[in-house]
Design a binder for this molecule. Structure first.
Ligand code: MTE
Length: 326
């Protein structure tokens, strides 16, 4: 089974680049293997009661939103309207197309526990509602640049990842943080497929995690986070390609081993561990020199570290031999 999961690297990497094609690829492969009907049956068997429950009770506490804006984070362009950013998402747990926002309503976010383990003083589990109430929230306006060469500008609400690190009390020997998304095919249709290895995993170094820009997101547009954005809790790492900003986090592990992320495990030459935005380092199959701004349709030059070099460039000094930009 695992061997089949890890199947064709060409199809998988294409999937992140052009999800619509990937969807067709998956269907073609399914058909060729005689599995189309089986997959369709599993899909249809998703519990609708779960969907209704998830819609009824979102996780975030609306009374905590909107939070005060932190004016230190300014944008060089207008905000992307919610109507556009909330209907153009990557969330492969719900399918490979950009319009997964309807499908993502099956995600049940209440109750939602987050496990914190690995190299910490004492592993523990905390309910999302308790975490959201414990650390003061603020709003930040961030640029968001996808590896697929489109971008948007989003008003995220949350708190700095540094605050979460402090709360988790890691040991001095921890070098990385590994983030893991939920894994539940009964509420995420995409997890019924066999081309990907679930759950979605991402990782950062401790130095990246405590950089002032690394942000834990619990809300957007002055409200609790919508399902399609990765409710109830996700990351925003605006100097990196969007795939590093893992959604719907269930587990946070402090470790001294570099985590192998979801996309890196599938195509390490295309979606590396570091994945910092750099217009001069092309993806193996397309240029990263420019980006399409979703809400204006304009094509504009991409900036090194997505314009956040002042805050993050020092993190990568001395690491020039690493593949920092892919
Ligand atoms: N997190 C999970 N769990 N699953 C995903 O498929 N996609 C990533 C990232 N986080 C993804 C994820 C990618 S490729 C991008 S570009 C961003 O989420 C998209 O975030 P947005 O939909 O809020 O724009």
């Amino acid at each position: 089974m695992v061997a089949i999961h890890r199947k064709p690297a060409w199809a998988i990497s294409e999937a992140l680049a052009t999800p619509e094609d990937a969807f067709l690829n998956r269907r073609t492969i399914l058909k060729a293997w005689g599995l189309g009907t089986l997959a369709a049956t599993a899909y249809a068997a998703l519990p609708k009661s779960a969907r209704a429950e998830g819609e009824r009770k979102p996780a975030g506490n609306p009374a905590l939103y909107p939070a005060k804006r932190n004016e230190a984070y300014k944008l060089d362009r207008s905000l992307t309207p919610e109507e556009i950013s909330s209907k153009y998402n990557n969330f492969y747990e719900f399918g490979g197309s950009k319009d997964i926002w309807t499908e993502a309503q099956t995600l049940i976010t209440n109750p939602w526990d987050i496990e914190i383990d690995g190299m910490v003083e004492k592993p523990f589990t905390i309910a999302f509602a308790d975490l959201e109430a414990k650390i003061p929230l603020e709003e930040r306006l961030y640029r968001h640049r996808c590896v697929e060469a489109w971008s948007m500008t989003v008003p995220w609400t949350g708190f700095s990842l540094a605050k979460l690190v402090e709360f988790a009390k890691p040991m001095a020997s921890a070098k990385y943080i590994r983030f893991e998304t939920f894994n539940d095919p009964s509420m995420a249709s995409g997890q019924n497929g066999f081309l990907y290895t679930w759950p979605y995993v991402e990782g950062v170094t401790m130095a990246e995690a405590v950089n002032e820009l690394a942000f834990v997101v619990t809300g957007v547009y002055g409200k609790p986070l919508l399902n399609q954005f990765g409710a109830p809790i996700r990351l925003a790492l605006p100097w990196k390609y969007g795939f590093k900003s893992v959604k719907s986090i269930r587990k946070i592990t402090f470790t001294d081993e570099r985590p192998v992320s979801f996309w890196e495990g599938l195509a390490s030459n295309e979606y590396g561990f570091w994945a910092n935005v750099n217009p001069e380092v092309a993806h193996p199959r397309w240029s990263q020199a420019q980006e399409r701004v979703l809400h204006t349709g304009e094509t504009v030059p991409t900036l090194l570290f997505n314009g956040y070099g002042e805050q993050v460039a020092s993190l990568y000094e001395g690491l020039e031999s690493e593949p920092l930009y892919r």
